[in-house]
Design a protein around this ligand. Sequence first.
Ligand code: C2E
Ligand code: MG
Ligand code: MG
Ligand code: MG
Length: 286
Amino acid sequence: DHARHLPTHRVHYSANFDAEYTRRISIITELKLALSKDSPELSLVYQPKLDLTTNTVSHAEALMRWNSEKLGFVGPDEFILIAEQAGLIGAVTEWVIKRAINDTKNLLQSDVDVCVAINLSAKDILNKTLLSDIKSQIVQAGLTASQLAFEITESDLVSDAEGVYSELALYRDAGFALAIDDFGTGYSSLSYLKSLPVNELKIDKSFVLNLDKNQSDQQIVKTIIDLAHNFDLKVIAEGVETQGSLALLQKWGCNYAQGYLLSRPVPVESFIQWYKDNINTDWFSL
Ligand code: C2E
Ligand code: MG
Ligand code: MG
Ligand code: MG
């Protein structure tokens, strides 16, 4: 019986492995090419963050999009991870920073005064030249540090094995706000919060998507909001899709909300239009 099962299993496994391997290689090759020629396949989209105390939009997150001619739409959850593993994240981030700074300049020229948050991976933070690159680019663009912020995924921050914390402190000292992204999914102990030089916790969307229906998500989110405030940190919820969830977050004193209820992430021109269309929207009485 064993003898009959094994070969079948191996053939099946290796066919899957080949397909996955081929896709990885194509992603690496095509992404490298797209970055090197600043291809229109690559873009940034922007999603607003609502300030729940003032009912205004003063922040937005920049998210990368890749619509590959060869591979079709590839999501950032897939290609960012592969870029990190393949040593390509430096080039990705360089592209993102350049584009985001240019877009931020355009936003300000269109009277859209928002702080733009960029996602960084721990590998970026450990790259010692990135911070000085960013500083010189914002000076060149006529911007200040308060107009950019950075988000780093929690799972990248749970240990300081490689010295990320001291590098992060340099970003904070330079005036950039820092958030721990996907908070609640990556930690094993809360003690790391004591030594982390950040300004904000960003509650992972897995706790927020069903907030208005799910009792245990409600307990978790309330707890994270209090935890953040006890550490003198701001707190934002991502994945806010319903009016009910927004109302709960506001009731519990959450500082900001981000999600499809307000807007999906959209290209910068659409973001400018959305911002102007919604300057007087009262998000709590729709
Ligand atoms: P993230 O930084 O946690 O971004 C939030 C993700 O949640 C985004 O997915 C966003 O589109 C999605 N989202 C926002 N509101 C809602 C909502 O109400 N409902 C639902 N279902 N989803 C919502 P996206 O754009 O696919 O990005 C996935 C992840 O890829 C990001 O998670 C981030 O970790 C990474 N990523 C995206 N752009 C970049 C980038 O430029 N650089 C780096 N290093 N990572 C990036
Ligand atoms: Mg983020
Ligand atoms: Mg993330
Ligand atoms: Mg997230």
